[in-house]
Design a protein around this ligand. Sequence first.
Ligand code: V47
Ligand code: SF4
Length: 371
Amino acid sequence: MRQTIDPERFPEPLRPLAAKVRDGVRLDAEDALLCLTTPHVLPLGRLAAAVRHELHGKVAFYNINRHINPTNICVYTYNCKFCSFAALPGEAHAWQMSHEEVYRRAAAHGGDEVTEFHIVGGVHPDLEMAWYEEMLRGLRERFPRAHLKAFTAVEIEWFARQEKLPVSAVLERLVAAGLGSLPGGGAEIFHPEVRDVICKGKTGAEEWLEIHRVAHQLGLKSNCTMLYGHVERPEHKVDHLLRLRALQDDTGGFNAFIPLAYHPENNYLGLRYQTTGLDDLRHVAASRLVLDNIPHLKAYWVMVTPKLAQIALSFGADDLDGTVVEETIYHMAGAETAQQLTRAELERIVRAAGFEPVERDTLYRPVHRAA
Ligand code: V47
Ligand code: SF4
């Protein structure tokens, strides 16, 4: 029972929802639809903030991480119409790093402080899984304290096909090489009415969910995402969130959910508009309320700007992601945010919002550093 919520103090259409949240009753599909469509975004945020407060109090998490994208060459370049990052071999903007280049970037800008490398890339037609295993081993040797969060379910599925191995065997090999957890990318929108428009032919919803299920069964944690703000309807997002919640009920393996706002530049989807600030806050609040079993909700500052991520802390988010340093997926799609934030800047944003910054590792354990 959340005593701080008085349904009478909410706009009339939100009162039954407020009563459910107050009483800890799980939201159903109809409630989820209301969250994703109500014009009363500020009161919705108040409800999500109450849930967030119960889970995390005044704490807001961040980490010291590095994003590394070893290649943007991708067999799905023509499939994922929303992607501004991918390239075909030989294209002017295509890149493929050597192992040494990956290690050099990992070490740059105080790499010794890093607790997490977030490594994802295009699905390269020719790079073998052994290349990635060697990369993981090389990173583990050079940065023994850092957690390697790597490969979307899309990349894992490709490895399984390439190696003619079950997903469990692929994950076991990658774990032996140093893999620590899976990031949440590649989920987009699960519903086929949307998937067939934005990324037909790429890893399907069932496969994405199954790969995360297998990872969780092997003891790996993972994240999950939802790409919104393009051709989807609210019903598609309800379906997406409920599928994630159902898997989490079974496995408990998701650490964090990250709502990802679509960026429209330099891709083939042919849409002009970015999401608005209020849209972004609505998705944060709605996901906090619907995903009652996923402990953390990230407001990824690269995507929504540090200013909006700061406000999102009062709409249900408890994590800003990290220092990042070199981001390409969103910047190639038109993001105008900085490439990196320092620890001091992340802490300043959090404190100014009235929260207490806590540096975490990938598994959300506090990191204690010598002064
Ligand atoms: O799967 C690609 C999205 C994702 C665009 O797990 C786009 O901690 C918007 O998953 N506009 C990759 N989005 C990023 C991702 C992520 C980010 C931060 C943290 C974590 C985590 C995961 O980026 C892709 C796709 O959904 N994406 N292109 C675009 N034009
Ligand atoms: Fe490739 Fe991922 Fe971009 Fe799709 S979203 S084209 S799989 S890099």
